[in-house]
Design a protein around this ligand. Structure first.
Ligand SMILES: [Zn+2]
Ligand SMILES: [Zn+2]
Length: 432
């Protein structure tokens, strides 16, 4: 097998992009559940007249028809007629091409409701899961703990057992789990050992794989460089087979829980802030893809790096993408957001998107100011009432049940820190 790392495939040219996409710090994109189930094509809705004909078909044929539906259509059918509901639901969750992204550090600490934004009822159905570690974007957990890195934790048999217990508890229907290793390795390097240790604790009946990003020349990695190894089952001493070298599935972020009370208000604020960071990462991914497609399909001229301070020229868009990844990592002549290519329509699309992002940033600041107003002045009756309400909810509300006493919980600690900082313009890489 060849181990060359490709940058990214240059897609077709389009003057629009999906502004709902999120990305992590590696440029891997994911779609929030609410957009995943919202069809962009209106014609996929079952029409009333055609639908009653469908319902007259024998059950086997109905099933056959459903098997061709996309996730958005299936999701609609899950809420349509009683007869289609069950089959549509089964097919919807059994779709192996939609991979749900889950925060591994949440599971390592027991998967308690307190430290997740996921709707726990939805997790029960999920079958195809990708567990990520060390993503600043996926939540806020790793920074809440002033403990060791998860790397040290997954060496502990006790932690490993807790991880798999939590996974089984939260995802009783999981059949296929990919564990992401966050540290990159050179192409050709073997399956990463430490995460193998975690994988070895997995229960029977779940297909386990490990994935890792690959460096290219020790300089940069591409979101499409993920290698995947699958554990060969029925083996006394398991072996890991390299099954993919450009793994880039359709990633879905699970639906969020219903926020209520002062803890919910705070969690919503945190979640929106994380989302903003993910949208900002995705903005660069859009610009990268659009620019490469523009030079390949429209301009058909050498690709000019669009940063004013750079201006280097490349014969092929892939070469520019490699340059982009390398120069951006080194922060060399690439300050600020990626400028869009010189095309009216796409510049207008980016202008609009950037305005939305700026509005989003202002909203986050307004929200923080609003939360701080509720928190009140030090020593005031308002402050002690706010503190009591917050702690009370942590104590009583099952949506925020955790393993430690409310007063000692990280969420309480972080809440107080956030309430006491003066509101300044946040940056996406800010410690969340
Ligand atoms: Zn995390
Ligand atoms: Zn450049």
């Amino acid at each position: 097998m060849e181990f060359r790392t490709r940058v990214a495939q240059v897609g077709p040219w389009s003057t629009s992009f999906d502004g709902n996409l999120r990305a992590n710090q590696y440029g891997e994109t994911r779609l929030p559940f609410r957009h995943h189930v919202r069809s962009t094509r209106r014609d996929t809705c079952p029409r009333k007249d055609g639908f009653s004909k469908y319902l007259q078909l024998p059950v086997e044929l109905q099933r056959h028809v459903l098997s061709f539906c996309d996730p958005a259509s299936l999701f609609q059918l899950m809420h349509a007629s009683y007869s289609t509901r069950q089959e549509a639901q089964k097919l919807f969750w059994a779709d192996p091409t939609s991979r749900y992204v889950i925060d591994g550090e949440w599971l390592l600490t027991g998967g308690h409701p307190r430290h997740t934004n996921h709707n726990l009822d939805a997790l029960i159905h999920m079958q195809y899961i990708e567990v990520t570690f060390h993503e600043w974007s996926c939540g806020f957990f790793q920074n809440w703990r002033e403990r060791q890195s998860y790397f040290d934790e997954i060496q502990s048999e006790e932690k490993i057992a807790a991880f798999w217990r939590a996974l089984h508890h939260r995802f009783p229907n999981a059949i296929d789990v990919v564990l992401d290793e966050y540290q990159s390795q050179r192409p050709g390097a073997p399956v990463p050992e430490k995460i193998v240790h975690l994988a070895m604790g997995s229960p029977e009946g779940i297909s386990i794989s490990i994935s890792q990003l690959r460096w290219c020349n020790d300089k940069w990695y591409s979101p499409e460089s993920r290698h995947v190894w699958r554990k060969r089952s029925n083996d006394t001493s398991p072996t890991w087979d390299l099954i993919e070298t450009f793994w880039n599935p359709r990633r879905i972020l699970p639906p969020t829980k219903k926020y209520s009370g002062p803890v919910g208000e705070y969690m919503r604020y945190k979640h929106k802030h994380v989302e903003l960071g993910e949208l900002e990462c995705a903005r660069d991914v859009h610009a990268l893809r659009v620019t490469a497609a523009y030079y390949l399909h429209v301009a058909q001229t050498p690709c000019v790096c669009l940063w004013p301070a750079c201006g280097l020229q490349f014969n092929r868009p892939e070469e520019w993408m490699a340059h982009y990844l390398e120069a951006t990592l080194r922060r060399q002549d690439h300050d600020g957001a990626v400028p869009p290519p010189p095309c009216e329509a796409i510049r207008a699309a980016f202008l609009h998107h950037d305005m939305m992002l700026a509005q989003n940033r202002r909203q986050r600041l307004d929200e923080l100011a609003r939360l701080q107003a509720v928190w009140g002045e030090p020593g005031s009756l308002q402050r002690s009432a706010a503190a009591q309400q917050f702690l009370q909810q942590l104590r009583d509300d099952p949506s925020y049940a955790g393993e430690v006493a409310p007063e000692e919980s990280e969420i309480w600690l972080r809440y107080q820190q956030n309430m006491n900082v003066s509101v300044v313009a946040p940056t996406p890489s800010e410690n969340m």
